[in-house]
Design a protein around this ligand. Structure first.
Ligand SMILES: *[C@@H]1O[C@H](CO)[C@@H](O)[C@H](O)[C@H]1NC(C)=O
Length: 438
C-alpha cells in the first residue's frame, strides 16, 4: 500500500512539474528588401506549431507588408529557402503594422495586458512553471535592436528580464537573437543566475548576414529579388527540422550552428545550467529529460561524418549567396535592376547610394579621428541615457537611420562613453544637430 501511495505521489509530482510552453516571435523590420525577417519569423512560427505549442501560446509580431508587397512575385506567399515551402500560410500574426513596437514587445514578455496597444492584445500568461522561447529577427546596432519605427535598448530588455524573473514569469527562458551586433544586447548585461540562456547571430561588434540572396533567391526559377533568410536564423531552424527535437540538446545545437554560421561569431550568454535539455522543450511542447552526453561508437562516428558532409554541401549554398545585413537594400535594388531593369529602379539605386554617402560624410565630420575607421575602437554601450538622446537627436536633425546607417550607432556609443561627465551631453547633442543642420 505504501508503495502505491508513493507511486501516486511521484506521479502527481511529475504532473505538477510538467511545464507549459510559450513562444514569442518577432520580425522587427518592414520593407520588401527586408523580406528575410518576416520569412524567418513565419518559419519559426511553423516550427513551434509543428512541435506542438498551442497557437494560443505563440505570440507573433510582424509588420506584414511583405507577403502582399507589389514586388512579391508570389502574392500572399513567403519563402525562407530556395524552392522551399510557403511559410506564410497559417502564419497567424498577433501584432501587425505599427503595433510591432518595443513597448508592446516588453509588455507581452512581462504579461502586462494593460500595457499593449493595437494587435489582438495577446500577452504571455506564463508562470514559474513555464518554459518560454523568444526569437527575434531584425537589424541591430551596438546596444539596440530595431523595430519598424523605434528601437529597443539593451538596458530596457534586461530590465524586463529581471522583472520577469522577480515576478516568476518563467521557469526557464531561451532567447535566439538574429541581428547585427546582437551580442551587445546581452554582453556584460544579462545576469547568469536568472535561468535565461541567450544565443546571438553575431558578437557585440560585427554584422550578421542575410542568406539565400540573389542569385540563389529563386522559387521555381523566379527571383524574389530579396534575401530569403538570415544565415544564423536559417541555420538553427533547418537544424531544428533535421534533428530529433527530443534528443538534441540546446548545447549541441549551439555548437552546430556556431560552426555553420561562419560569417559571424555565434555567441552564448546567461545561464547554461539547463542547456542539456532538448531543444523540443523550448521550440516545442515537450518535457523530455535532459540529454545524456553520448559515448560515440564506430557507427556513430560514421553517421556523423555522413551528416557533416551533407551539411557542408547545403552550407556552401547558403554561404555563396550570403549578404552583409547592412547591404541588403543595395543588394535588393541591384538584383531587381539585373532581373527586371527599368528607369525607376536605377533612380532608387542612385538615391540609396547618395543616402549612404551623405551619412558617411556626416559621421566623418562628427567623429574625432581616433574613433575611425568604423569599429576600430570597441567601447561597450553603458550610458544608455546618452545613447538614446544621441540616436533621437540624430534622427531629428539628419533623418531616420537606414539599415545601412545603423552601423554608425557604434560611433554614437563611442562619443557617449567618452564624455567626461553628463553636463557634456547637451554639448554633444548640439554637435549632432549642427552636423546636419549647418
Ligand atoms: C565636465 O567636463 C568638462 C570638460 O572636461 C569640464 O569643463 C566641466 O567642468 C565638468 N563638469 C563637471 C560638473 O564636472
Amino acid at each position: 500500500m505504501l508503495r502505491y501511495t508513493l507511486a501516486i505521489a511521484l506521479l502527481l509530482g511529475l504532473i505538477s512539474a510538467t511545464a507549459d510552453h510559450w513562444a514569442v516571435i518577432v520580425a522587427g523590420s518592414n520593407g520588401y528588401w527586408n523580406y528575410r525577417h518576416q520569412a524567418d519569423a513565419c518559419h519559426a512560427y511553423q516550427i513551434m506549431k509543428k512541435n506542438g505549442i498551442p497557437e494560443s501560446n505563440i505570440i507573433l509580431m510582424a509588420y506584414d507588408d511583405v507577403a502582399n508587397d507589389p514586388e512579391n512575385p508570389f502574392p500572399g506567399k513567403i519563402f525562407n529557402k530556395p524552392n522551399g515551402k510557403d511559410v506564410y500560410a497559417g502564419c497567424n500574426i498577433d501584432y501587425k503594422g505599427d503595433s510591432v513596437n518595443p513597448t508592446n514587445f516588453l509588455s507581452i514578455l512581462k504579461g502586462d495586458a494593460a500595457g499593449v496597444k493595437g494587435g489582438n492584445g495577446k500577452v504571455l500568461k506564463s508562470t514559474a512553471n513555464s518554459k518560454v522561447f523568444v526569437s527575434f529577427f531584425d537589424h541591430g546596432a551596438p546596444g539596440l535592436i530595431a523595430f519598424p519605427n523605434e528601437y529597443l535598448y539593451a538596458n530596457d530588455l534586461n530590465t524586463a528580464f529581471n522583472y520577469m524573473h522577480d515576478n516568476k514569469k518563467y521557469d526557464e527562458l531561451v532567447f535566439y537573437l538574429e541581428a547585427c551586433e546582437s551580442g551587445s544586447m546581452f554582453d556584460g548585461i544579462l545576469k547568469n543566475n536568472i535561468n535565461i540562456y541567450a544565443i546571438t547571430a553575431a558578437n557585440p561588434d560585427e554584422s550578421s548576414w542575410g542568406t539565400y540572396c540573389y542569385p540563389d533567391d529563386a522559387i521555381n526559377g523566379v527571383h524574389i529579388n530579396s534575401c530569403l533568410g538570415d544565415l544564423f536564423a536559417v541555420n538553427w531552424m533547418e537544424d531544428s527540422e533535421a534533428e530529433n527535437v527530443h534528443s538534441e540538446s540546446l548545447a549541441a545545437q549551439f555548437t552546430k550552428i556556431q560552426k555553420e554560421t561562419d560569417k559571424s561569431h555565434v555567441m552564448k550568454y546567461g545561464q547554461e545550467t539547463f542547456t542539456n535539455e532538448p531543444i523540443g522543450n523550448f521550440q516545442g511542447n515537450f518535457n523530455d529529460a535532459a540529454v545524456k552526453p553520448k559515448v560515440e561508437g564506430f557507427f556513430d562516428r560514421l553517421v556523423l561524418k555522413a551528416k557533416k558532409a551533407a551539411i557542408s554541401a547545403s552550407d556552401s549554398e547558403r554561404h555563396m549567396s550570403a549578404v552583409h545585413s547592412r547591404d541588403s537594400k543595395l543588394h535588393h535594388l541591384y538584383s531587381t535592376l539585373q532581373t527586371k531593369g527599368g528607369h525607376k529602379i536605377s533612380i532608387d539605386l542612385s538615391t540609396e547610394l547618395n543616402s549612404r554617402m551623405r551619412t558617411d560624410h556626416v559621421f566623418e565630420d562628427l567623429v574625432p579621428s581616433q574613433f575611425r575607421p568604423n569599429g576600430d575602437q570597441i567601447i561597450r554601450p553603458r550610458n544608455f541615457d546618452c545613447l538614446k538622446q544621441a540616436v533621437a537627436q540624430y534622427e531629428k536633425s539628419c533623418g531616420k537611420f537606414s539599415d545601412y546607417d545603423l552601423k554608425y550607432v557604434r560611433q554614437l556609443v563611442n562619443l557617449c562613453e567618452t564624455l567626461p561627465n553628463s553636463s557634456e551631453v547637451p554639448v554633444l547633442m548640439k554637435r549632432i544637430q549642427d552636423s546636419c543642420e549647418h
